[in-house]
Design a protein around this ligand. Structure first.
Ligand code: ASP
Length: 452
């Protein structure tokens, strides 16, 4: 036993996180099964909830500084406005195309398996749901320009931050050599932000364990029975999109091995699964894509945060399946026009909403509104949405990484030597070692010894 624990402590971070995921799920399900009020109150809603929230806060704490400094360095690093425009355009279009592909796949699978046929719709009519609707597509576009960049930074408004930082980067390029000290400062801040990512990641096994244990202790399996067909169709479509569509795309466009790619993305995927947030997973994705897969930082710093905001393949899949499920349950015929509406609204909605837990349900309300369908049915879906959110977030962030890698390959910014090295960028306990020589030098700097 102690031998196993010692081996686990010495293992790399991905192994530790995966072990935490398995142990946390098992404990959570056991707690849900036995449902002991004392443990529910003090362990699940107390300790696990607190530690999980601390971990989520720590991840979110990293996002804004990391995005700002790495994107700024990225823009300045690309250096050429034409290349910048090409990278931006290519990334944007590929994101929209993969999301459209995802929702189309979902519609095909939903029509094959027809979840919701014969579902007791009275069950749903009694449910009471109020879901706020979102801005229109025009408002979303207008809001990309922040009135107040400081406010955008403080609120973590990703599209506004990306816009502002790109403008600053372009201005820096125009100023030229006089901005050298500023660029050096930003490069250092970028390195610092990445180091802090490594520090927070070292606590990931504990954070993941508590988040997963809490989720399973609260959700259990009981909720799934009425919507098992819906759940199975979504899961199947998510797996298909992740393992077939995205991996074929990756292989055809880059020639990289899909297996190695998925192995190198594993730690970010576990983060996405346990946090249900593409935004909170930005630091982990960035680490995997740059240090494990070999995408140049200048491309990743743009593609990953942008993808976390505008690219949601997994969420689009949920929209497709959920709409067909509800239409079947209500006996509504969607028709060709209905399918087109689902595809276009789902793609547009994913542009304006940030990658945070549960946002997909709000976007689903938009799709249903547009189709003139009742919103009541969302209640039955909400019951199991947390688990689906975890799974779809994994697909969302993997889609971001695939597109970013494809773009990097297209513009010659993919380092295959890094990709081909199975150990590249692996985080181990030694990652957090302190450089003792530097420590002595700093001590000398901050507390100079009196001259003899
Ligand atoms: N949780 C998802 C994400 O962060 C969004 C959603 O579908 O709710 O990517």
């Amino acid at each position: 036993m102690t031998h196993a624990i010692r081996r686990l402590l010495a293992a790399n971070l991905t192994t530790q996180i995966l072990t935490a995921l398995a142990l946390g799920s098992a404990l959570g399900l056991a707690l849900n099964y036995w449902h002991i009020p004392f443990l529910q109150e003090h362990l699940v809603n107390g300790l696990f909830s607190m530690v999980g929230q601390m971990f989520l806060n720590a991840l979110q704490m990293l996002v804004v500084p990391l995005v700002v400094f790495s994107l700024l360095c990225g823009v300045v690093g690309i250096g050429d406005l034409k290349v910048l425009g090409r990278v931006g355009g290519l990334t944007f279009v590929t994101y929209l195309a993969t999301t459209a592909l995802a929702v189309m796949t979902a519609l095909v699978f939903a029509n094959i398996f027809n979840p919701g046929m014969g579902f007791d719709s009275l069950h749903m009519a009694s449910a009471d749901v109020s879901v706020a609707t979102q801005d229109t597509a025009w408002q979303i576009l207008a809001n990309i320009i922040p009135k107040n960049p400081v406010q955008a930074l403080a609120n973590g408004e990703m599209l506004q931050i990306i816009f502002y930082v790109i403008v600053v980067g372009i201005a820096v390029l125009m100023i030229g050599s006089r901005a050298k000290a500023f660029v050096e400062g930003c490069t250092f801040m970028n390195e610092l932000a990445m180091k802090i990512v490594e520090i927070v990641m070292a606590f990931a096994p504990i954070g993941v364990f508590c988040l997963i244990a809490k989720t399973f202790a609260l959700e259990g399996f009981g909720l799934f029975a009425p919507v098992i067909g819906y759940l199975a169709t979504i899961s199947l479509t998510l797996v298909f999109h992740l393992c077939v569509t995205l991996m074929v795309l990756l292989y055809v466009c880059t020639g990289l091995s899909p297996r190695a790619f998925l192995r190198k993305m594993r730690s970010a995927q576990v983060f996405a699964f346990s946090t249900s947030s593409s935004n909170a997973t930005i630091p982990a994705s960035m680490q995997c894509v740059t240090q494990r897969i070999g995408v140049d930082r200048s491309i990743a710093s743009f593609g990953i945060p942008l993808g976390a905001t505008i690219n949601m393949d997994g969420t689009a899949i949920m929209h497709g399946v959920a709409t067909v499920f509800l239409a079947n349950a209500y006996g509504i015929d969607l028709g060709f026009g209905g399918y087109m509406t689902i595809i276009s609204i789902s793609v547009l909605a994913s542009i304006g909403t940030a990658g945070v837990p549960g946002v997909g349900i709000v976007m689903l309300a938009m799709v249903l509104n547009q189709l003139g369908m009742p919103l009541d049915g969302i209640a039955i879906i909400l019951a199991v949405d947390r688990i689906i959110d975890m799974m779809r977030t994994v697909v969302n962030i993997t889609g971001d990484a695939v597109v970013t890698t494809i773009v990097a390959q297209r513009v010659g910014k993919l380092d295959r030597a890094v990709f081909n090295d199975p150990d590249a960028g692996i985080l181990t306990p030694a990652t957090l070692d302190i450089d003792h020589e530097a420590e002595a030098a700093f001590a000398e700097l901050t507390h100079p010894k009196a001259e003899a």
